[in-house]
Design a protein around this ligand. Structure first.
Ligand code: DQA
Length: 147
């Protein structure tokens, strides 16, 4: 059987991981995070490609590409989580499942971070477990794709 392909999409400022507010987001760099997710993919038999973009439109385009070329999406929309109708619509416009992931527990933070505009378009959300949450998200996605 052909292995499933997942596009890992990280949004704005996540290219600054490791340097950016390490007390909130940890010391793992984006490159290390992406490698950890790819390694989890190898365990699960899922091929993972990773992209990061700071712009809303670029993220919309990445989601469209995932809809055409991949079996699922693992997405951390960063701050756009809380503001972007365009990203929510993009997730809704594709037929592949999307799992939303956050390094921090957005529900335990400032009130403006506690609401996700994008999560209702996703099959589920994992928040608060740091980089490990991406591995959990990939597992959830792989489980969904097995069905
Ligand atoms: C984040 C949470 C967002 O509120 C924030 O804007 C980020 C990172 C997280 O992974 O915890 O950029 O998505």
């Amino acid at each position: 059987m052909k292995s499933k392909r997942v596009l890992l999409i990280n949004g704005p400022n996540l290219n600054r991981l490791g340097l950016r507010e390490p007390e909130v987001y940890g010391r793992t760099t984006l490159a290390e995070l992406e490698e950890e997710v790819r390694a989890e993919g190898r365990v699960l038999g899922v091929e993972v490609e990773a992209v990061q973009a700071n712009g809303e439109g670029e993220l919309v385009s990445a989601i469209h590409r995932a809809g055409a070329e991949f079996d699922g999406i693992l997405l951390n929309p960063g701050a756009y989580t809380h503001t972007s109708v365009a990203i929510r619509d993009a997730i809704q416009s594709v037929s592949v499942p999307c799992v939303e992931v956050h390094l921090s527990n957005i529900h335990a933070r400032e009130p403006f971070r506690q609401h996700s505009l994008t999560a209702p378009a996703c099959i589920g959300l994992i928040a608060g477990f740091g980089v490990y949450g991406y591995r959990l998200g990939l597992r959830a996605l792989a489980h969904r794709l097995e069905r």
